[in-house]
Ligand binder design. Structure first.
Ligand SMILES: [Zn+2]
Length: 386
């Protein structure tokens, strides 16, 4: 079955293998989107991002509107030209910042007023302005402005924010920019499964090009996050791409793919890299550990990335301890390759109808002294930097 932009090529249970057509090429699904908040995936050249297996990157329209400003981006010929990335770009609207910059944003029914962390200036975000801003930036996939709530917010607060998100979605849909751009609605509903399902049904009725599940990974325990995402996924139309925002770990990605999700983004691979942590089969490998001091094996034997092809754990640990930028670059490269390959092997498993076996094998991992217990605890916040 196919929608306007989505072609589904194979299924395995609820999971889908497919392709999403955009104005700058196709995205193979399921897809992981590296995060380039400031129009760069931190420390990496766009060609390196592409070689990691990424078809599409995510940029943040709110941050780019503040700096360097939409006029400059337009003069440069749009985001693709500015950042030297020829593939598809998805921009986030800034809705997430309404939660993560708590105290910096004032939300009302018309929109939100956000204070710039750079110069203290005020920026007015409305649903219409958010769509127009992303279109001006040149985004291939535009996200509606939404109003997420933090985990622990009262049910009345969550209900009001969700109702507002629905009204904002209708207003966003009314200013769909066309021109081959895709507009995605964002499901909210707080941390109540029934409210999540209802929000998904409302969004499904608004004729978007794709639907996202937002407002997760905001401090809730992972089982709550999964339950909320599943409550939404169950209600989303089969013909539209489904994007779960802000995930995550290998286990989370595979669980959500099995439940029917197609697209993901997360700052985790690059943020972990800056902390000296590599994503490896079965968990994470921290270069802070003395165990790797004299280990001349690559981070992940068999990994084709530039870090693993030429350098040892001992050398990378040395670079990290010495505060050398190359450590950040190589770990970022490796972590993006790790997720790029996870998506590639998952797509192959879906094509062969073997997702369950693939998932079990990935979760079993390859061992090798990797600290999977530490990875399971996932102490790191995923929240984007302001
Ligand atoms: Zn590698």
């Amino acid at each position: 079955m196919s929608g306007r932009h989505l072609v589904i090529e194979a299924r395995d249970g609820a999971a889908r293998l497919g392709r999403l057509a955009t104005g700058h090429g196709e995205v193979r699904l399921p897809a992981f989107m590296p995060v380039g908040t400031h129009a760069t995936v931190r420390a990496l050249h766009p060609d390196e991002v592409r070689e990691s297996g990424a078809d599409i990157v995510l940029c943040n329209a709110y941050h780019l509107a503040l700096r360097p400003g939409v006029e400059l981006v337009e003069r440069a010929g749009g985001l693709h030209a500015l950042m030297g990335w020829e593939g598809p770009i998805l921009t986030d609207s800034g809705g997430f910042q309404l939660v993560s910059l708590d105290g910096v944003a004032a939300v009302d029914d018309e929109g939100a007023t956000v204070v710039s962390p750079f110069d203290g200036g005020r920026m007015r975000l409305t649903p219409e302005a958010a769509v127009r801003l992303q279109a001006k930036l040149g985004a291939d996939v535009i996200m509606c402005l939404d109003h997420p709530v933090a985990f622990g917010a009262g049910s009345d607060v969550a209900a009001a924010a969700t109702a507002r998100t629905h009204r904002w979605a209708e207003r966003s849909r009314a200013v769909h920019p066309g021109e081959g751009r895709l507009l995605f609605g964002i499901v909210q509903g707080g941390f109540d499964a029934a409210a999540r399902a209802e929000s998904a049904r409302v969004m499904a009725g608004l004729d978007f090009d794709g639907l996202a599940i937002g407002g997760l990974v905001l401090g809730e325990p992972p089982p709550v996050m999964e339950a909320m995402a599943r409550a939404c996924l169950d209600q989303l139309p089969d013909t539209l791409p489904r994007y779960v925002m802000g995930l995550g770990t290998d286990a989370e990605l595979l669980s959500m793919i099995a439940a029917g999700a197609d697209m993901f983004d997360c700052v985790l691979p690059t943020r972990l890299a800056r902390n000296g942590t590599a994503l490896v089969p079965g968990g994470r490998l921290s270069l802070r550990q003395t165990a790797w001091r004299e280990d001349l094996r690559p981070l992940e034997p068999g990994c084709p990335c530039a870090a693993c092809a030429r350098f040892s754990r001992a050398y990378l640990r040395h670079l990290f301890a010495a505060g050398e930028i190359l450590a950040h670059r190589l770990l970022s490269l490796h972590n993006l390759h790790h997720l790029g390959r996870l998506m590639e092997t998952t797509r192959a498993a879906l094509a062969a109808g073997r997702l369950a076996e693939h998932r079990a094998a990935v979760l079993r991992g390859l061992g090798g002294g990797v600290d999977s217990a530490a990875a399971a605890q996932s102490p790191l916040s995923y929240t984007s930097p302001p």
